[in-house]
Write a protein that binds this ligand. Structure first.
Ligand code: SF4
Length: 288
């Protein structure tokens, strides 16, 4: 069975989720309540074998894609992760892709050689929540790393041969850091040039520390129009090559998809059209 709650990136909707760790080894981001109820831990081989047995009894088809949960399976020791990848491949031989979340510190703490070995062992796609490129915003939300570390981590993953996906949270800097968040995030994503870039919108969970900051007036949420202005500023300042861009999460006011920089002008023009017409998705709840 799974230890709940369980999360995966939207693009892993059809993947078999194999839970090799529980929680997040960082677990300090002020906007994130995902794993606050879980103590981070690495599962033993015996537990994983039982978990795989259970998955096989419930999963009705041979999986093509596997996602390793929870928050950052890449934090496992290199030898252990390779052992685990070999075990998972032998149990699910039809899987053609294995992916996981990766924290920037997980990447920075591993040598280039270790990352190459992990890649060769079958971990193909890594997701990293950059969240913001601004040092001020990263520090405010206690992301645990700064802008340069985020860039170094991303470049290191790509150099080791991983397919790499980065996420930014639109509105994370509030009105206080709106412009800085847009420009510095564009700078970091451009410097990494990931294979995939997703833009989500901040939805604050009631129990998160960020919700308390908002209640205390330390941070002010963007209006929908400000979110679109911020998105436009961010996209206009991105310099990317062959990066698949998605902003089609349920949180986004305007659903967007394209390849950057090729489709940049079209994506920006489309955002401006929706902003100026006011004809975008009705507001969801900003605080859950
Ligand atoms: S945002 Fe990611 S790194 Fe930060 S606490 Fe949540 S799961 Fe952990």
């Amino acid at each position: 069975m799974y230890s709940m709650p369980l999360f995966r990136p939207p693009s892993e909707a059809g993947s078999l989720i194999v839970q090799v760790t529980e929680g997040c080894s960082h677990n300090k981001c002020r906007f994130c309540y995902a794993y606050k109820c879980k103590q981070f831990r690495v599962k033993s081989q015996k537990e994983i074998e039982e978990h795989v047995k259970w998955l096989k009894s419930y999963y009705y088809r041979e999986p093509e894609k596997i996602f390793l949960a929870d928050g950052n399976a890449l934090c496992l020791k290199t030898e252990r992760l390779i052992e685990l990848l070999n075990y998972i491949k032998s149990e699910f031989p039809t899987a053609r892709r294995i992916s996981s979340y990766s924290g920037p510190l997980d990447l920075l703490n591993k040598s280039d050689e270790d990352l190459k070995l992990i890649r060769e062992a079958g971990l193909e796609l890594l997701y990293m929540g950059v969240e913001s490129g601004s040092d001020k915003v990263l520090s405010m939300v206690q992301r645990g790393v700064n802008q340069q570390q985020m860039i170094d981590a991303g470049r290191k993953a790509i150099k080791a041969g991983f397919k790499f996906s980065c996420m930014i949270i639109s509105g994370l800097g509030g009105t206080e850091y709106m412009e800085e968040h847009a420009l510095e995030s564009a700078k970091v994503i451009s410097a990494i040039n990931p294979h995939y870039f997703s833009l989500l919108r901040l939805i604050v969970e009631e129990e998160s520390e960020l919700a308390e900051d908002i209640r205390q007036g330390k941070l002010h949420l963007l209006t929908p129009l400000q979110v679109l202005d911020e998105n436009i500023m961010m996209l206009e300042n991105m310099e990317l090559e062959d990066c698949i861009f998605r902003a089609n999460h349920v949180s986004n006011y305007v659903s967007q998809a394209g390849t950057l920089n090729r489709d940049k002008d079209m994506l920006v023009a489309r955002l401006k059209k929706f902003r100026d017409s006011g004809n975008f998705r009705p507001m969801g709840r900003d605080i859950l």
